[in-house]
Design a protein around this ligand. Sequence first.
Ligand code: UGA
Length: 440
Amino acid sequence: MNVTVFGSGYVGLVTAACLADAGNRVVCIDVDPERVAMLQSGHCPFYEPGVDALLTRNARAGRLRFTTDAADGVAHGELIFIAVGTPPQEDGSADLQHVLEVARTIGEHMNGYRAICTKSTVPVGTARKVRAAVARALQARGATIEFDVVANPEFLKEGAAVEDFTRPDRIIVGTDSARALDLMRTLYAPFNRNHDRLMAMDIESAELTKYAANAMLATRISFMNELALLAEKVGADIESVRRGIGSDPRIGFHFLYAGCGYGGSCFPKDVRALQRSGEEVGQHLGVLAAVEAANERQKHLLFERIDAYLGGVAGKTIALWGLAFKPNTDDMRAAPSRVLMESIWAAGGVVRAYDPVAMDATRRIYGERADLVLADSAEAACEGADALALVTEWRQFRSPDFALIKARMRRPAIFDGRNLYDPAALAELGFDYQGIGRAS
Ligand code: UGA
């Protein structure tokens, strides 16, 4: 099939690359010429395992190309995906201007039937707005051309995006058109083997499903984080509690990990946007207000504990392991590490940080500063440190050489924001250890 994807961010690029790899001819449009040039030379603008290889393979095979030329893209694809950014506005609602701009462009240039799919995370009602924007642009040209809109939210996780796209748990297709549904079934057939994972539904339900999924996961995390704080106060261990409740299949083990808060480009933004959507129609979502507040509190926890332990961090050096908001990405958006670093700096402390891939991203955000040392290795980050904070659970932090670390630190104290280590084992090794919700 001929497919066009507007937007070469996480969602757009992974969609374009995976669809090309399944044999479709894909054109991916971006307004940023530098980004397009980078993609044309086969480089992924962000760290995501597997994407580089897909780009190279499919560009060589002539199935995937990048351009800034929107008219070219609209002429190419019978199926057009809108995967441009929907940044949060001041009030938390999603800013739809880029999505609607693309819709208008499609209406201005289309010359035959098009199925127009929203893949960006967009609030309920967006597909209808897209339909209206396309119709208006067609009307302005005096054209009558048939088209359909489809809500087809994406559920990929950063760090596992290619795997999530090619082996999805579900493929949500919201549309009121049999023709568009047929096209979507054909497009997704290569990723829909064994079980039928495609769920057809009305447009509004598809749009709400996306927010509901992220909000549900964020709720689990915030609830576990609050339980962890309670566990500490009553002498329980949240890791035991997690295993105890996770074994109930109605609860399950996934996304039950207490820690130093959730970050990333999705959960914080989507939790806020869903609350906002509720307010717009007079439906208060009180649970989500609490989820957000609990997460904000949790992101400050490591700093508060380190500050209390050291009697103030002014003049102290804190080693920090993990900068990205989670492992296997270099994404620093809403990362808990940022709250910790910024709090340390505000209090006059120095950060010695190490992350396997997010060092450049950190440099881009904070630039050169005297109170930030980006160390060459995890061990080097510990040199002369008064405390070590583990913020992101990269695999390589799982079993470090604790003797070496202890020798390098000024004070052997570990603040484990992801409950990676065994409190008893670390105490045995002579560390002062604090996890999140661990019995001490
Ligand atoms: C999330 C969803 O998991 C995807 O299904 C969704 O498609 C995506 O948002 C999106 O809307 O685009 P992502 O933001 O990549 O994916 O990251 P997650 O793996 O969900 O992690 C989010 C945050 O929650 C991380 O900061 C992580 O450390 C934290 N987390 C996760 C916990 O604190 N505890 C857990 O048990 C799990």
